[in-house]
Ligand binder design. Structure first.
Ligand code: DX5
Ligand code: ZN
Length: 225
């Protein structure tokens, strides 16, 4: 049941060298990345500030990979559709940041992108139960959002399994994305648990050869494809 899935590696540019971002993106494209994960942080919802709309706009013209904008911002409903207009094909918003999740998800879809909802490590799976029927994917955080290079929280594996079960029971086509602390040592277990979109930042860009690092992660998942 877990075989024949479309497993994709989504490099997170948070750990990339921004002084040569184009080169770094070309490297992960050559490595076989399927998606480009862009972490948007506002210094309010999370204690860090990264990049926003202008960067997504430039990247969308540069790369052939679909851009997955992970919005770690307060009031995401105000900005979500703007990220689609800037060129993101996937936009996700945190359940914890949005009291009007349905409205925000609909605004992302109406603008023409896939919509995702995100769960922090301490937010229970049940928090997305109602949203499952109108989202394209659920992003399960396996670290507390805000920084790259953190340690994978092991309990996340069971959480992904329970979420997958919830999706299967409802016969929905909702993909599970996982983000934080994923590397060669645990990628097989996250895929086995049910994740299909695998975000990795430091495991790719902290390596001397980002292309080879993507290939290595992809090779580790071939048994599931
Ligand atoms: C954390 C971000 C992640 C992060 C992943 O808040 O959402 O995308 O960049 O980086 P690693 O893979 O190093 O944990
Ligand atoms: Zn992310």
């Amino acid at each position: 049941m877990l075989n024949n899935r479309n497993i994709e590696i989504a490099p997170s540019i948070l750990s990339a060298n921004f002084a040569c971002l184009g080169d770094q993106i070309e490297a992960v494209e050559r490595g076989g990345a399927g998606i480009l994960h862009v972490d948007v942080m506002d210094g309010h919802f999370v204690p860090n500030i990264t990049v926003g709309l202008p960067v997504v706009k430039s990247l969308s013209k540069f790369t052939r990979l679909p851009i997955d904008a992970h919005l770690m911002i307060s009031d995401p409903g105000t900005y979500a559709a703007q990220f689609v207009e800037a060129g993101a094909q996937m936009v996700s918003v945190h359940v914890e940041a949005d009291a009007h999740l349905h409205r925000t998800v609909m605004s992302i879809k109406a603008a023409g992108a896939q919509a995702g909802v995100v769960l922090n490590p301490s937010t229970p799976v049940v928090a997305v139960e109602e949203a499952l029927q109108f989202v394209d994917y659920v992003l399960v955080m396996s670290v507390n959002p805000g920084f790259g290079g953190q340690k994978f929280i092991a309990q996340t594996l069971d959480k992904v399994k329970r979420l997958r079960q919830m999706i299967l029971e409802r016969q929905l086509h909702v993909r599970i994305e996982i983000d934080g602390g994923v590397d060669r040592s645990n990628i097989e277990s996250v895929v086995a648990a049910g994740a299909e979109i695998i975000v990795a930042g430091s495991a790719i860009f902290d390596k001397p050869d980002a292309e080879a690092a993507v290939k290595e992660l992809r090779n580790a998942t071939v048994q599931w494809v």
